[in-house]
Design a protein around this ligand. Sequence first.
Ligand code: DQA
Length: 149
Amino acid sequence: MERMPKPIYVLNGPNLNLLGTRQPEIYGTTTLDELASRCEAKAKALGYAVVFRQTNHEGELVDWVQEANREGCALILNAAAYTHTSIALYDVLVTLGVPVIEVHLSNPHARDVFRRHSYVSLAAKGVIMGLGAAGYDLSLEAVAGLLKQ
Ligand code: DQA
């Protein structure tokens, strides 16, 4: 019997629990639950399981990133506002042995100046932004491609 690969972790940061109602003109109308189902379906089609989570707490996100490195095969991270502020996140991301893809629903570069700097980008293999929920599908495809190499 073929062994199931370790899951792909898809971690989401603060305020993404509000997806669907939070500034839909920027973030779209897809809810977090819908995004989770979409990721599960996409990952399944690629032969992977996902661990999909969201937190509003920086320390919890750091704990989960550590867990992704131990228990997962890759990390897709939308750190939301912590992208632009968190050295703690940067410090853990540079320790990872698994590939990291940074994803954003919106294009932070086309918005406020303070969104143009990302601590996550410094440690990410690739970045996908501005494509809404489809960016998560593309991130999963990118991970599957990287893991095949
Ligand atoms: C975001 C972009 C961030 O600048 C913002 O703080 C978010 C969401 C995005 O997915 O577009 O909360 O990460």
